[in-house]
Design a protein around this ligand. Sequence first.
Ligand SMILES: Cc1ncc(C[n+]2csc(CCOP(=O)(O)OP(=O)(O)O)c2C)c(N)n1
Ligand SMILES: [Mg+2]
Length: 345
Amino acid sequence: MIIKPEPTIKDLSFIIDNSGLKPNDLLNMYKRMVTIRYFEEEIRKVYHEGKNPFNMASGIIRGEMHLAIGQEAVAVGSLYNVRVDDVVISTHRPHHHAIAKGVDLKKLAAEIFGKATGLCRGKGGHMHLFDKEKNFACSGIVGASFPQAAGAAFAFKYLNKDNVAFAFAGEGAANHGTFSETLNIASAWELPLIIVIEDNKYADSTPKSLVMSTTFHYQRGLAYNVPSYLVDGMDVIDVYITTKKAVERGRRGFGPTLIEAITYRYVGHFEGDGEEYRTKDEVEFWSQVDPIRRLENRLLKLNFADSEMLAKLREEARREVQEAIDFAIKSPYPSPEEALRGVFA
Ligand SMILES: Cc1ncc(C[n+]2csc(CCOP(=O)(O)OP(=O)(O)O)c2C)c(N)n1
Ligand SMILES: [Mg+2]
């Protein structure tokens, strides 16, 4: 397992002092991670309602569902300092990135439920979220985020703006040609692009060791002259510190950065996944480095919070999530005429 050992409290204080993070920042990060976890747990619950026996086409939320439970630190750490006008392009597993980018929880939930009040008036669903206001998009096409984010980064450079564009992708997606092509052109043109690979060990049911010529993707970034880093994706502080450098580099016009975050999803590739490709022991092993519990322990040990404060934040998160789910449930479905709006017809 490539997870850095938990630093001593003395080392951790030193790391935090040097990161510029204040106790309040860590509490904000905690609240965001908890919000993502609760949101996905609630979606998961509702998703399985009316699906017994399991059938994707039935129930309240229809179609496939990919959750990122366990991967919250990657999204929150990397997007903590990102501005609203920076662009984030995500994947088929997009909720944690969307929430970390500030996408409205109610509109997000309504879109997942296919409702008219959703981000795309219910036509995108969970894998095709688009938020013009928050500059967030994603796609079910694996490997698509690289060139899309490079396009946004090119526009920023062309327009002389100090924005950055993020491409999130799984370690499986990074075996696509789009990854190499994007690294090449982003490096040659010094685009303000930050690629974050979420290495959760599997692409669907395929372990990365079966299909990768290198152990890590960051090694490939180096070949294209792109500063490339490996971070502990179960440690929000580690992710934050490296991404902060990448964002500064992009804003100052020095070009792209690649960050590979080692992480793990505690749930199946999709809801309904039989998970024959991994053991319960493996999941249990990784649950010992749960990014939320890890941050919680640190906040307590550093005396940045007491358990009452953390419980209050969790309660707030729980309420916001519940309000979003209620909003989605109560919202109307789009009218049949809506099918032809906003599309090429
Ligand atoms: C171009 C394309 N090929 C195949 C698929 C089917 N598919 C959906 S997710 C997935 C695996 C992606 O793995 P990874 O990039 O590691 O992301 P993770 O699911 O682990 O987050 C595949 C093969 C797809 N959606 N798009
Ligand atoms: Mg993967």
